[in-house]
Design a protein. Structure first.
Length: 352
């Protein structure tokens, strides 16, 4: 698809065009990544954060947040639960927490990899090359780091750097790739100041980066953040942070990056508790990340308000999810569920 085609599909002129886009995304999803829905257990291991991202509810300056950092044995218990529920991957997500030291995380990864059959995905923010390397050496399989928006000026505005000389997220994504990680990134949809041209550029960026996983979720204003306190933008080319807009982006990203893994995100489920995730699965997505964070920590990980899954225990959510998948006629994935994009990349590397 050309850049102008991508731009065009984000603003369909008529309902029929929109439905046609969803049908195409669903067909490409089926042909390229299959019917399986891969399940990844998400554990929010720490909400300490040294950053001041203007959109995020666990930013360092938000003093009302009760901070926690899980112990290794607590994370291992979550991993056992993931295995019991039949999930193939554990995702360790946290704020940018210096208390999650290189050695402690490496040790945890080694234990997870030796005591379970799980793939381990890290989502621990912008970390030093030595840390990313140590964690990869310890056996981590994947790393998630969203670039949030391809509009550099907007990105700088909402995401103050910790140090002026820190590598930007695109540089980090390149480093992760060189280290041999399966690499995931993505954006928020409808950040104030994000235009339709920006969103089309986001899709192109995803394609250029040749990502293995792409997470797309609506921006949800948090009242305790600088961006959440700003009135919504009334600019005519402002991308809405709506459910429908998220589906358009999901479908667009499936067409732009056909062989990648795409989750139906928690942020989408927050906009539509009943149908958000299942509609996402019918419009390009092929991954769900059920939350396995112990119940006592969940309400402390409020990156945006009303976050779905704060009150539902993992076993209950799992039962509901499996019923939904059965109704859609989609099997839950078996094994670790690496993306075809990654498998192909690795195959090429092995042949060289
Ligand atoms: N609304 C929606 N998504 C958010 N994230 C952080 N804050 C918000 C918000 N207010 C997303 C970012 C981050 C991911 C972990 O959560 O895209 O990369």
């Amino acid at each position: 698809m050309t850049a102008s085609e991508l731009r065009k599909l984000l603003q369909p002129a008529a309902e029929a065009e929109r439905l046609d886009l969803y049908a195409r995304a669903d067909a490409v999803r089926r042909a390229r990544v299959g019917e399986e829905v891969h399940l990844r257990g998400l554990v929010e291991v720490s909400n300490y954060c040294s950053r001041q991202c203007h959109y995020c509810g666990i930013r360092a300056d938000h003093r009302e947040v009760t901070r926690y950092r899980m112990r290794s044995d607590e994370v291992l218990q979550c991993a056992q639960l993931a295995v019991k529920l039949g999930y193939g991957t554990l995702v360790l997500q946290a704020g940018e927490d210096p208390g999650l030291t290189r050695d402690a995380v490496a040790h945890l990864i080694r234990r997870l990899k030796s005591e379970t059959p799980l793939a381990v995905t890290l989502s621990l923010g912008e970390r030093a090359l030595a840390e990313l390397k140590a964690w990869r050496d310890a056996g981590a399989d994947r790393y998630l780091l969203r670039f949030e928006t391809s509009n550099e000026e907007l990105y700088r505005r909402i995401h103050p750097p910790l140090r002026a000389d820190a590598p930007d997220r695109f540089t980090l994504l390149g480093m992760l790739r060189d280290l041999g990680y399966e690499v995931g990134s993505g954006v928020m949809i409808g950040v104030p100041g994000q235009t339709f041209d920006d969103a089309a550029r986001d899709l192109e960026r995803c394609r250029e980066l040749d990502l293995d996983m792409i997470g797309i979720g609506p921006y949800l204003p948090h009242p305790a953040t600088p961006l959440g306190q700003r009135p919504p933008s009334a600019a005519p080319d402002q991308v809405p942070n709506s459910e429908e807009m998220t589906y358009l982006m999901l479908a667009g990203v499936r067409l732009a990056c056909p062989a990648t893994n795409i989750p139906a995100t928690t942020a989408l489920a927050t906009l539509n508790a009943e149908g958000g995730r299942t509609s996402g699965l019918q419009r390009g997505a092929n991954v769900i990340m059920p939350n396995l964070t112990p119940m006592e920590y969940r309400r402390c990980y409020e990156i945006y308000p009303g976050k779905r899954c704060v009150s539902e225990p993992p076993e209950e959510y799992d039962a509901r999810l499996r019923a939904q998948l059965a109704a859609l006629g989609r099997p839950a994935g078996c094994g670790q569920g690496a993306s075809p994009n990654w498998q192909q990349r690795r195959g090429i590397a092995a042949a060289q």
